[in-house]
Design a protein around this ligand. Structure first.
Ligand SMILES: CC(C)(COP(=O)(O)OP(=O)(O)OC[C@H]1O[C@@H](n2cnc3c(N)ncnc32)[C@H](O)[C@@H]1OP(=O)(O)O)[C@@H](O)C(=O)NCCC(=O)NCCS
Length: 172
């Protein structure tokens, strides 16, 4: 079980973290689909931000943000895809995921990013400000309740109607 006396550090991924990140994703999802998605996103060079959560030198959580677009009749609107995110099973439920999301969103906001999009658990992501309502004018192949958007800047999605274009790595 998790040792809650050890501090949690959130930091940028380093080149030597690749294997631990793969392990965290495989353990959290119970398969290698997400680890392989990460490999393809690396190859496609669309990753904007990759953060790891570390406890006592061990990576226990990971979050990835990559570039995506919303295609509109006025042209493409840049957005950020949050996917995947994973926390080791023994460390789940201790705010590791929440800290990764919050740190990631803060960093993206500082960089001037305006929109983040996630496909995920509808009970989890609204606590960070994501909502299906914000994504209602974005066409996607996903179920509307699980497809959510967040504005990092007020009004970033006002009047934005279009179709989401994910990196090819997602195979959509
Ligand atoms: C989802 C995940 C990243 C959350 O990380 P975490 O560190 O456990 O999350 P936190 O401790 O910050 O938050 C815990 C909350 O997440 C909720 N949660 C965790 N997994 C969930 C799931 N599969 N579906 C819905 N809610 C979930 C918990 O119920 C808890 O809610 P509460 O605060 O209302 O009790 C982690 O559970 C995980 O890796 N799951 C497996 C992989 C996965 O589903 N990734 C996300 C794909 S969208």
């Amino acid at each position: 079980m998790m040792d809650t006396t050890q501090p949690l550090y959130i930091r940028y991924e380093q080149p030597s973290d690749g294997e631990q990140i793969r392990n965290v994703n495989e353990a959290a999802f119970g398969c290698s689909d997400e680890a392989e998605l990460i490999d393809r996103l690396r190859e496609e060079k669309v990753i904007l931000l990759s953060l790891v959560a570390e406890v006592d030198g061990q990576i226990v959580g990971h979050i990835l943000f990559s570039r995506m677009l919303i295609e509109t009749t006025q042209g493409p609107v840049p957005a950020v895809s949050l996917a995947p995110m994973a926390v080791l099973p023994d460390h789940q439920g201790h705010q590791v995921g929440s800290q990764l999301v919050r740190r990631g969103l803060a960093e993206l906001r500082e960089r001037g990013e305006r929109v983040v999009i996630v496909l995920g658990h509808e009970e989890y992501y609204p606590r960070f400000g994501f909502s299906p309502e914000k994504a209602r004018y974005l066409d996607s192949p996903f179920p509307p309740d699980a497809f959510m958007a967040l504005e990092l800047s007020d009004g970033a999605l006002a009047g934005v109607h279009g179709t989401v274009r994910y990196p090819a790595a997602f195979g959509l």
